[in-house]
Design a protein around this ligand. Structure first.
Ligand code: C2E
Ligand code: MG
Ligand code: MG
Ligand code: MG
Length: 284
């Protein structure tokens, strides 16, 4: 009987793997057409400064599949990377986000940023800097209003090459953020050598603030470290008032999360900006 159960378990297991593989293959095919069919869109999530003003927006990719509905970037970005489609997709994101930010200019502070997630594949391409410069020129987005989000892993592998690139970006005036900071198991000493502007503390460290004293200690340490290195610190994934208050007390510079605003399609951003209460409304 034990043997039979074992065999059943294996069958279920291989069945699951096959189902997953088939799904991936289907998604892979669908992805090829999705750009042409305009199934992608961008949502924008506000980044809010300590004083309540808007620092910028993070552009987040959305795929509305004609049959399967909404598919999260966590599922399709890896496939887009494996197939190389991320290059075309990433380029589309860059152009669309730049245009959208400029279209919002009248409603925004003049130094408002657009923050874009960059795949390692984009960053490591030989023509990356040239393509980026061309895109800025074509869209008219000033380099100083673009921030590129890279994960620790990208900067840790091939640190030399990465540093050269980061210096070139800085020379262009483009800002760089380290995304999901703290999840990469990397040594902190590398941070000293990286010409970056911003650290984004991963949501996993924020979730249990302020009750979890160890998490609070880690976040406090990251914020101090960042400030000593003259970096801006962003906290991701703020969902509660308590988390927000704890982070403000720790002197975090920028806040991002559902509590402040969810990622929104362009039209909703316009409404959100128009309906935003004036700062410190109770004082005026
Ligand atoms: P990320 O860059 O770390 O983006 C933050 C993620 O946290 C987003 O998930 C956002 O919707 C979510 N988030 C924001 N606030 C909260 C909150 O308060 N609570 C919770 N639970 N989640 C929150 P999303 O949009 O599903 O994106 C997932 C990941 O996909 C991103 O993580 C990023 O790594 C990747 N991604 C998204 N758009 C792009 C893109 O255009 N290009 C590339 N290469 N990757 C992208
Ligand atoms: Mg990001
Ligand atoms: Mg992030
Ligand atoms: Mg994250």
């Amino acid at each position: 009987k034990a043997k039979k159960q074992g065999r059943n378990a294996i069958q279920t297991f291989t069945h699951d793997i096959n189902a997953k593989l088939t799904q991936r293959l289907m998604l892979r095919n669908d992805l090829q057409d999705a750009i042409k069919q305009e199934q992608f869109s961008l949502h924008y999530q506000p980044l809010i400064k300590h004083d309540g003003t808007i620092k910028g927006f993070e552009a987040l990719l959305r795929w509305q599949h004609p049959a399967k509905g909404f598919i999260s970037p966590g599922r399709f970005i890896p496939i887009a990377e494996q197939t190389g489609l991320i290059i075309a997709l990433g380029q589309w994101v860059m152009e669309q986000a730049a245009r959208d930010l400029l279209a919002l200019s009248a409603l925004l502070p003049s130094d408002c940023l657009i923050s874009i997630n960059l795949s390692p594949l984009q960053f490591h391409r030989a023509n990356f800097l040239q393509v980026l410069a061309d895109t800025l020129a074509a869209t008219g987005l000033p380099a100083s209003r673009l921030e590129l989000e890279l994960t620790e892993g990208v900067l840790m592998n091939d640190t030399e090459g990465a540093i050269t690139r980061l210096h070139a970006l800085r020379k262009m005036g483009v800002r760089v953020a380290i995304d999901d900071f703290g999840t990469g198991f990397s040594s902190l000493s590398y941070l000293r050598h990286l010409p970056v502007d911003t650290l984004k503390i991963d949501r996993s460290f924020i979730t249990h603030l302020p009750e979890n004293r160890k998490d609070t200690a880690v976040v406090s340490g990251i914020i101090d470290l960042a400030h000593h290195l003259e970096l801006t610190v962003v906290a991701e994934g703020i969902e509660t008032q308590e988390q927000h208050q704890a982070l403000a007390a720790l002197d975090c510079d920028v806040f991002q999360g559902y509590l402040l605003a969810r990622p929104m399609p362009f039209t909703a951003v316009v409404d959100w900006l128009k309906s935003r209460k004036p700062l410190f409304a109770d004082l005026t």
